[in-house]
Design a protein. Structure first.
Length: 280
């Protein structure tokens, strides 16, 4: 660019910012105080851009894998384990996205999804991962007060917690232990099951835990399962991807990894939960 073009660009910038950036003198120009601040920021920004592009050139072999899921799946299960995936697959940059529909599969913004539901999405293939099993969970402190949880009906003495997604499972569990005609509107509603789990850890009430998501909490004593009845959801969690991506080595690597993590979570659940736990 010519000096005149640079001068015009700076003048436009000064007009937009509403302040002078340069002091114009006979022997040249000097930056004002605000000009110095802006110059330092611009230099830092260009340096970061330069460093980032150099990193990308140096790591051109790193492949990106984006996976969407329900927010609770990401927060309670995938995020705590993501470092394990990175250790086993340093050549794959795994990124997680909470989403409520599979549109990202079709526009190319995501590669696969961990999902539960009856939807049959066009041109997709689902690999079953596991069937959720639900049972009440709470902080151990909740069982030490004036309303201990000795039998299932004692649960009605405490606030019940859950997301709208969990309401059918709550109803199934309550009916399985003989509690009928319960008004689900009495359940304290949370945006996600993860928020309900957090409230249960804080001793605010009884939430409905998903076996593989809360097994570590139970093993650590953060949460307890006061009863021995669980209900099985007929809808499985599955890995969803477009059919023409089924052979993608990144997706295959993620599938193998998540199956391995599920086996470990199942082992922890078996050792942490009561041996008398029965699933309906």
């Amino acid at each position: 660019m010519t000096p005149g073009a640079v001068s015009r660009q700076i003048s436009r910038l000064e007009t937009e910012l509403g302040c002078p950036l340069l002091i114009r003198q006979h022997r040249g120009v000097e930056p004002t105080a605000k000009g110095h601040v802006l110059a330092r920021t611009l230099v830092d920004s260009f340096d970061r851009i330069d460093a980032t592009t150099n990193d990308i050139r140096a790591n051109a072999s790193i492949a990106r894998l984006s996976v969407f899921s329900h927010a609770t799946v990401a927060v309670e299960w995938l995020v705590p384990r993501i470092s394990s995936f990175h250790r086993n697959h340093p050549d794959i940059d795994l990124q997680l996205f909470p989403m409520i529909d599979p549109q990202g599969l079709y526009d190319g913004s995501v590669d696969a999804g961990v999902w539960s539901g009856p939807e049959e999405w066009p041109d997709t293939e689902a690999v079953t991962l596991f069937h959720p099993e639900y049972f009440p969970i709470c902080s151990v402190n909740l069982t030490r007060g004036n309303a201990p949880l000795k039998k299932p009906k004692d649960i009605l003495k405490h606030p019940l917690l859950g997301s709208s997604y969990q309401f059918p499972a709550w109803q199934s569990w309550l009916e399985s232990v003989g509690i009928e005609d319960f008004d689900l509107d009495q359940i304290e509603r949370f945006d996600t099951s993860a928020h309900a789990y957090r409230a249960a850890r804080d001793g605010r009430g009884v939430a409905l835990g998903q076996r593989l998501f809360v097994s570590n909490d139970i093993a650590a004593g953060t949460l307890i399962a006061p009863f021995t009845t669980s209900v099985r959801d007929p809808l499985p969690f599955s890995l969803i991807a477009l059919k023409d991506r089924r052979a993608d080595p990144k997706i295959r690597a993620f599938l193998d990894w998540i199956k391995s993590e599920l086996r470990e979570a199942d082992r922890v659940a078996q050792s942490a939960l009561p041996a008398t736990m029965r699933t309906i």
